[in-house]
Design a protein around this ligand. Structure first.
Ligand code: UDP
Length: 331
């Protein structure tokens, strides 16, 4: 199988690249290295079936060339991370909307199947007990960057769905809920690498707001095989499928567990949202997935607990930046 992964040098993309190379695919990664890095691809780099191309999904010609002759595309390239989205809303809009349209056109021309990576952000402030795929979206003003991103990813899904309906493009969509694991960087705001890094360095753990907001973190190693199965399952065509984690946990509890598990001497500091992200920022109080569709269609059953996730992220950090952190209880 000839596979293209846009955004393959990113956190999720690089894990997907390794997984598909192991499965026997030939994999071409297209990435502009804006938030991804070649370091993420070092396990794949020398593989005979691996090709890397530095380029943007906004470059129509480059995308056409990469996609032509391929069987399928996993479209993961996007402007992600709350800090990036808030600081650079235009980049987020252009990459996420125009870039996706470029990728869709290239797939159509090449006759390649498409897996679009979308996000739980599209549900916005809907705090329902379990968000199913047809749950209502509750978004704030599109003039607030966080909702700009949610709006852009929603348009991406609508575009992909319309290419399936009107042109017959073989499209499946996954909505990823707070996917975490080794290689995710805290640079753009993601909470797990931030807190784990702070705990390992003995710095205060920055918990935003009152820390009572909750998330369900899913482990990248649980999510990747499900993404591939969804791409390969004809019954998922034209659908969006949630992929989320097991346990609902508040951010304050995540911080407390991180300190305990890593035997850290750090304390917890509550940081007001305005200070963390600038004025007018709105957060989701709660985000809980209903994974039952993925369970039915591709037998998705996440198994990795939050504690295991924290330990694995810490271990990976220690192996890449051993000088900057102290080992604590990790072995
Ligand atoms: N968060 C936090 N401290 C940090 C980074 C994030 O308390 O150092 C909070 C953030 O405000 C949000 C939650 O953790 O309530 C999850 O943030 P993340 O950016 O990882 O994901 P998302 O907000 O997209 O769910």
């Amino acid at each position: 199988m000839k596979t293209v992964i846009t955004g393959g040098a990113g956190f999720i993309g690089s894990h997907l690249t390794e997984y598909l190379l192991k499965a026997g695919d030939s994999v071409t990664v297209l990435d502009d290295l804006s938030t991804g890095s070649l370091e993420n691809l070092k396990e794949s780099w020398d593989h005979a079936a691996f090709t890397f191309l530095e380029g943007s999904i906004l470059d129509r010609e480059a995308v056409r060339q990469v996609v032509s002759g391929s069987d399928r595309v996993f479209h993961l390239a996007a402007a992600v991370g709350v800090h990036l989205i808030v600081d650079h809303p235009l980049e987020s809009l252009r990459t996420n909307i125009h870039g996706t349209e470029v990728v869709l056109d290239a797939c159509l021309e090449a006759g390649a199947d498409l897996l679009l990576a979308s996000t739980s952000e599209i549900y916005g402030k809907n705090t329902s007990d379990r968000l199913s795929e047809d749950a209502d979206r509750i978004l704030g003003s599109p003039l607030k960057s966080r909702w700009t991103y949610a709006a852009a990813k929603g348009i991406d899904e609508a575009f992909a769905h319309a290419y399936w309906r009107e042109y017959g493009l073989q499209v499946s969509i996954v909505r990823l809920f707070n996917t975490v694991g080794p290689r995710q960087t805290g640079r753009y705001g993601m909470v797990v690498p931030n807190l784990v890094g702070q705990a390992l360095r003995g710095e205060p753990l920055t918990v935003h707001g009152d820390g009572q907001q909750t998330r369900c973190f899913s482990y990248v190693g649980d999510v990747i095989p499900a993404i591939v199965r969804i791409a390969e399952e004809p019954a998922t065509r034209g659908l969006a499928v949630n992929l989320g984690g097991l346990q609902e946990i508040s951010i304050i509890e995540l911080a407390e567990r991180t300190i305990k598990l890593l035997s850290s001497t750090s304390e917890i500091t509550l940081v007001p949202y305005d200070q963390a992200y600038g004025t007018g920022y709105e957060d989701m109080r709660r985000r809980v997935p209903d994974n039952s569709l993925a369970g039915r269609l591709v037998h998705f059953k996440p198994t990795t607990t939050v504690d295991t996730i924290i330990l694995r992220v810490a271990k990976a950090m220690l192996s890449t930046a051993p000088g900057e952190v102290h080992a604590g209880a990790i072995r």
